[in-house]
Design a protein around this ligand. Sequence first.
Ligand code: THU
Length: 143
Amino acid sequence: MHDAPPTNDIDALFARAAEARQHAYAPYSGFAVGAALVDRDGRVHAGCNVENAAYPSGTCAEQSAISAMIAAGGRRIVEIAIVGPGHSPVTPCGACRQRLREFGDADTRIHAGSEGGARRSFTLAELLPEAFGPDHLAAGGPP
Ligand code: THU
């Protein structure tokens, strides 16, 4: 387990995302992405995208970082940094916004970054307004 940076140490979190990005497996898109998240206990979990010859079977960097958190016993995301190629900050895809919703909340901070250095920060509520989440299921029952 790596030492966790303080949650306000965005540079350190981006550095962890960039480190994971070096291991991305993205031979089909050529678009290597890294992500690093801080869980509620201050621990950092990182991931990268892992593509597949059967394209839809590929996974996103955010998804990999979430899996690493869950496997390590973490459950709640405080913030996440994402780094991809180019000069525009790489924001999470729609499916990953929903994945982040499962383990984050409205205030979870999402820091989108790029290899070129551009960064933009959002809350999860900004990227996924009016999100469907676990609370909705409480209303479930027979039709
Ligand atoms: N990708 C991510 O891993 N995270 C993002 O936030 C955007 C997209 C990956 C999926 C695919 O492997 C490649 O980038 C191109 O879409």
